[in-house]
Write a protein that binds this ligand. Structure first.
Ligand code: ADP
Ligand code: MN
Ligand code: MN
Ligand code: MN
Length: 345
């Protein structure tokens, strides 16, 4: 009987920003077709466990946590019939672990399915080498920001080989990656996931993050999701979250978008969202570097200095989507997606 390698991936309990963890399980081949991309089929994969006392998810005297497979794709790194298996973490007693934010997102998917919410996450990140962003000369600084964003040429672009390999791996895995670009600070990049649904967009985001971490390993580069990896006159790293409901995408949608923005402007909603928009938020949302200050809320057409930007095309067509520019690179996409759809209900 042939076997495959299934890489079981989960989100740990590191604070304030969780890390991805993974380990490999040999399983009997032959279940591939049943399992791939199918939420129902994935339940056929065996459950597994891990030592939660080593991941800030349990104490040593009751250390076992459970892994329930929830989303599987073909592993583009090992190739063949091997799998990447994203898991939810459950406690000893079978209840969802406190760190399991996917559960609430999965429930929101079901509860608000009539809204048909779509998300596009713009995941920014910074490649680091020896503690400095890639492209920063040892002990000093590169030339000021300007030529690096969507740049071309070795003097402006650092780490493209990692980015290209990652993009191809995401495509091979069947993830909904919709683009990549070099960002404003040297060594800073972005990939986009979407449009995809509530829990689906988070699943694809975590798989894409996993692949990025694995590929960067082979180049001896660290991937940082730090919201402000270089202090001073350097852009922070965000995860702009583009959002729409069916009503926003249909005729008359612009009005629905404006009403939605007014709802996001309510003080209690601002506070709730900012609480979950990532560690280092106040360092990044200063009002400079294409951000609105965390202390004010404003929305506007084409405004990259606003909290919420309504894209020009949406304004012109009278329907489409909006961009929440506040989330930091290190957000939990499940929670951000859930909050945005709850605000639309
Ligand atoms: P920016 O101009 O802010 O850099 P990007 O092109 O990087 O924008 O990202 C736009 C994102 O919006 C993409 O991830 C795309 O999938 C997503 N998107 C496009 N249309 C919609 C929609 N109707 N609802 C939600 N997201 C959308
Ligand atoms: Mn972008
Ligand atoms: Mn960007
Ligand atoms: Mn954007």
């Amino acid at each position: 009987m042939s076997i495959i390698q299934a890489e079981y991936i989960w989100i740990d309990g590191t604070e304030p920003t969780p890390l991805l963890r993974s380990k490999t399980k040999m399983i009997a081949a032959g279940m591939l077709e049943k399992v791939l991309g199918a939420i129902a089929g994935v339940a056929e994969l065996p459950k597994w466990g891990f030592d939660g006392s080593s991941t800030n998810q349990a104490t040593g005297d009751d250390s076992d946590c459970q892994l329930y497979p929830v989303f599987a794709v073909r592993d583009p790194l090992r190739g063949g019939d091997n799998l990447l298996v994203l898991c939810e973490v459950y406690k000893h007693d079978g209840s969802p672990h406190e760190t399991n934010t996917r559960r609430a997102a999965a429930e929101a998917t079901e509860k608000y399915k009539n809204l048909d919410a779509w998300y596009g996450f713009e995941q920014e990140y910074t490649m680091m080498k020896d503690g400095y962003p890639l492209g920063f000369p040892e002990g000093g600084y590169p030339g000021p920001q300007g030529p690096y964003y969507c740049g071309v040429g070795a003097q402006y672009v650092f780490g493209r080989e990692v980015v290209e390999e990652h993009m191809v791996a995401c495509i091979k895995a069947g993830l909904k990656i919709s683009g990549i670009n070099a960002e404003v600070m040297p060594g800073q990049w972005e990939f986009q996931i979407g449009p995809a649904g509530v829990v689906e967009s988070g699943d694809h985001m975590y798989m894409a993050r996993y692949l990025l971490g694995r590929i960067a390993e082979t180049y001896g580069v660290d991937i940082s999701y730090d919201a402000k990896p270089a202090k001073g006159d350097w852009n922070g790293a965000g995860c702009h979250t583009n959002f729409s409901t069916k009503a926003m995408r249909e005729d008359g949608g612009l009005k629905v978008i404006h009403e939605y923005c007014e709802r996001l402007a309510q003080p209690e909603r601002i506070a709730l969202h900012l609480k979950h928009y990532g560690a280092g938020l106040k360092d990044r949302l200063t009002g400079a570097h294409e951000t609105a200050s965390w202390q004010e809320f404003k929305y506007g057409v084409s405004d990259r200095g606003a909290s919420i930007r309504i894209p020009m095309a949406t304004d012109l067509e009278g329907k489409g989507y909006l961009e929440d520019r506040r989330p930091c690179a290190n957000i939990d996409p499940y929670t951000v997606a859930r909050l945005l759809v709850e605000a639309a209900a």
